[in-house]
Design a protein around this ligand. Structure first.
Ligand code: ADP
Length: 168
């Protein structure tokens, strides 16, 4: 909750985002396996090192992958991608699931602190901080976070991090 209060001290290092993605998927692996959910990474060949707070960015990624697993019905696939964007100035991460999606009228609120969707809050655990924390971390790096969803067909969360994110 201290992170959700918007004060973030970055401890930047240079790291390989593909390695961070693989570690994050390992961490999410047991939860996914328990629901028979496949975690499928797709990393562009031209991905480059990033300067940023590796631990915090791993937390942001984990929150999004964890949500994708949590909200998906058993047996579905969660796809996680990394690619370059903006002419190579940014790394774009995408996390797609085949769960219930997010109704259009809720999409504006899901990044708010303590917000929990009306339709999902009875069937899942949580306190509504995961997305607000991810947003705080991404924005502290000068990046953006957003989502697209067709309700009933799942959703995709995206975030960008400038390749030199800690200097943004
Ligand atoms: P929590 O997961 O603790 O409820 P979050 O901040 O992580 O809190 O998410 C806020 C809300 O956004 C969730 O309660 C849910 O309604 C919606 N949400 C987030 N991720 C997904 C997803 N992958 N699929 C469907 N709904 C989601």
């Amino acid at each position: 909750s201290s992170m959700a209060s918007q004060i973030v001290d970055l401890a930047p290092v240079t790291f390989n985002p593909e390695e961070l993605l693989r570690e994050t998927l390992e961490k999410a692996g047991p939860g996914a396996e328990a629901k028979d959910i496949a975690l499928t990474p797709r990393v562009a060949k031209d991905i480059v090192p990033v300067v940023g707070d590796r631990e915090l960015l791993g937390q942001a990624l984990y929150n999004l992958v964890g949500n994708a697993v949590k909200f998906s019905p058993a047996g579905r696939t969660v796809r996680v991608g990394l690619e370059l964007a903006d002419g190579g100035q940014k790394v774009l991460a995408s996390i797609s699931d085949e769960g219930p999606g997010i109704p259009e009228e809720e999409q504006a609120y899901v990044f708010n602190k303590y917000y929990r969707g009306a339709r999902t809050k009875r069937s899942t655990d949580g306190i509504g901080l995961g997305l607000s924390i991810a947003k705080t971390i991404v924005e502290a790096h000068g990046g953006n976070i957003w989502l697209s969803s067709l309700p009933g067909k799942g959703c995709t969360f995206y975030f960008t991090i400038p390749v030199d994110g800690a200097r943004a």
